[in-house]
Design a protein around this ligand. Structure first.
Ligand SMILES: [Zn+2]
Length: 282
């Protein structure tokens, strides 16, 4: 849960110090999603940006009152691999405290900005555990210019950090010719044809990989102000905004989705020697 001007695609033209100067759209957009979820009786996990929680406390309370789970999406939406451990700890603590206070529930799940848990930032997972998180859902097992661990396990796994156990819920992929392909979430749901999504989800399901859907509030908002930026960023960010709400609704209607907290998926996570495996890539 973040605003349109928080997206990494515009980080080079939008200065964090000026976020307060942009017209926020996150409240109506999130409410639209909340209504959809309520109408289908689906509970979700909202990974909230601390900066947003601080400015829109009632929205966080509303999400909690709807029976949804609150998770943490950092405070400043910075890429973890550009931070050091102290900066990461401070940012995460700040966001977690704000969200917990507003929601009146412990925040135990983390979703990194731009899926920035990669091989060289895997140190962050131990810090999450140290801070009381029981799970992370930031590893995307694909090849991508900004994120990805293409060889990571594709189904939930559990491992021991020096601070205790942590469960990882990787984002859903399916296999094509020996490669992992992303499916069903965010830009992939928006930009790729419906047929691709349908086939991809079916493939993942037949492999027994649980389906993790995700969406940003700004992805259902065709009226959001247009920001300058690179052409590739604008294409990625603004294409099919008017179609995404219906696509997302179709997915929810066709499946049986719930929040991470209520999914029971943690119990299915397989033990995996994450650190030994990660060492091979660093
Ligand atoms: Zn984000």
């Amino acid at each position: 849960m973040e605003d349109y001007f928080h997206a990494e695609a515009f980080a080079d033209v939008v200065d964090r110090a000026r976020w307060d100067g942009y017209t926020s759209r996150v409240v109506p957009n999130t409410r639209r999603l909340l209504h959809l979820l309520a109408s289908l009786n689906v509970r979700a996990t909202f990974f909230v940006l601390g900066w947003v929680a601080e400015r829109f406390p009632d929205l966080v309370r509303e999400i909690a009152a709807g029976g949804h789970e609150l998770g943490c999406h950092s405070y400043w939406h910075r890429l973890i691999y550009k931070l050091n451990a102290a900066e990461f700890r401070e940012d995460t603590r700040r966001a977690k405290d704000i969200i917990e206070q507003l929601a009146g529930q412990p925040v135990t799940g983390y979703r990194a900005p731009t899926y920035s848990v990669v091989h060289r930032s895997a140190w962050a997972l131990e810090i999450l555990c140290e801070m009381g998180f029981t799970y992370d859902s930031s590893i995307f097992p694909i090849r991508h210019d900004r994120y990805g661990m293409p060889d990571a396990p594709r189904a939930p796994f559990r491992f021991q950090t020096p601070a205790g156990p942590l469960t990882e819920f990787p984002i859903t992929t399916f296999r094509v010719a020996g490669h992992n392909m992303p499916v069903g979430g965010g830009g992939y749901l928006r930009l790729l044809p419906r047929l691709y999504t349908r086939i991809g989800l079916r493939c993942a399901q037949s492999e027994g990989v649980p389906i993790v859907l995700y969406i940003h509030p700004w992805e259902v908002d065709p009226e959001q102000p247009r920001l300058p930026g690179r052409l590739s960023s604008r294409l990625r960010h603004y294409t099919n905004l008017s179609r995404t709400f219906d696509r997302f609704r179709s997915l929810l209607e066709a499946g049986n989705y719930t929040s991470f907290r209520e999914s029971g998926l943690a119990a299915t996570a397989k033990d995996f020697d994450f650190y030994a495996w990660n060492q091979r890539y660093n």
